[in-house]
Ligand binder design. Structure first.
Ligand code: SF4
Length: 320
């Protein structure tokens, strides 16, 4: 069974991605969770092209509430980080992510523990060298608005990547490395990851089933040979009618079957009206059995079985 996919600050895996070129791994945490999850390493600052090593940066609240990641020399790294975040978040969402473990106190990765300054570097004691990135590395808000979780009194907030991740995927289980020190905390987090993974799979299954139903409905309502909407047989189309598919009649046979015309289905293709109902019946019986035994029904294997049966029937047509 596939493991939950978990985004993780790359430096926690022991990679030398920090601003000072050193690692700050969490070997105990990584070793404890590694057998149960699939890691998706991320380093917003290095991946955004800021380099390793790089100048440290801190978060500053600017006029209008914009939060920016600025180096002691006054270089604003926010646009570069925002560009990476905007390009990466859709890929993470569509690639499937079940949670994230991010580095505490990082201006990029922290979840509510990044230090937030007012003004600009050098003002009011801001930017003392030992506070930059609090030793973790940096980045700021994806679209230039205040990150989620800004606390005026504590002067801490989410790092820029964490804030954007929260906005893009609010249901995603998130934790900082320091929240997962004990075995009980890790077990609890793992349970949240598994729930998220199950929901994500169920959503995907639902979409596949809906797509199949829509395809069957389209086939039922519209003949591929006559329709203006369905694509024609590629062989027939590309050869300008000179070549005929060896399984010709199969699609029309299924269409007749879906319209309840069993006799027509048999005339169009000898296998069409036997294979489809047989597959549906066996798959439905298997789904029921899985449900009774509290097992997951393997939808993807059934899709492959259906495809295999279709190919087998198509090849059989060549022999009879
Ligand atoms: S904390 Fe810093 S070094 Fe670590 S992954 Fe995040 S941005 Fe990279």
């Amino acid at each position: 069974m596939a493991k939950p996919r978990v985004g993780i600050s790359a430096c926690l895996l022991g990679r030398n991605t920090r601003y000072d070129g050193r690692a700050k791994g969490a070997p105990e945490l990584v070793a404890a969770l590694a057998p149960d999850v699939e890691w998706v390493p991320l380093c917003p600052e290095a991946d955004a092209g800021l380099g390793v090593p790089r100048p440290p940066m801190d978060l500053y609240r600017q006029a209008g509430g914009r939060i920016a990641a600025i180096t002691p020399e006054g270089h604003d790294c926010t646009p570069q980080l925002d560009a990476w975040i905007a390009a990466t978040l859709p890929a993470l969402r569509h690639g499937g992510l079940d949670g994230a473990i991010l580095k505490a106190r990082s201006p990029s990765c922290a979840i509510g523990t990044a230090r937030l300054h007012d003004g600009a570097p050098g003002q009011d004691g801001n930017s003392s060298p030992d506070t930059h990135g609090a030793g973790d590395g940096a980045s700021a808000s994806a679209v230039g608005t205040a990150p989620v979780g800004v606390s005026a009194s504590a002067e801490v907030c989410d790092g820029l990547f964490a804030a954007a991740l929260k906005r893009a995927m609010p249901e995603l289980p998130l934790a900082e490395d320091e929240d997962l020190r004990s075995a009980a905390q890790r077990e609890q987090f793992l349970a949240r990851l598994r729930v998220h993974q199950r929901l994500r799979r169920d959503r995907r299954r639902l979409l596949v089933i809906l797509a199949l139903l829509l395809a069957l409905l389209a086939l039922m309502l519209s003949s591929p040979t006559l329709s203006r909407y369905l694509p024609p047989c590629p062989l027939h189309y590309l050869s300008h009618g000179r070549l005929t598919c060896p399984g010709c009649g199969f699609t029309r046979g299924w269409q007749a079957l879906l319209a309840g015309d069993w006799r027509g289905a048999g005339v169009y293709h000898p296998f069409a009206f036997r294979i489809l109902p047989l597959l549906v019946m066996v798959a439905a019986g298997h789904a029921l059995l899985c449900r009774l035994q509290r097992r997951r029904w393997p939808l993807s294997s059934w899709l492959w079985t259906a495809f295999g049966a279709w190919i087998a029937a198509w090849l059989l047509t060549l022999l009879v």
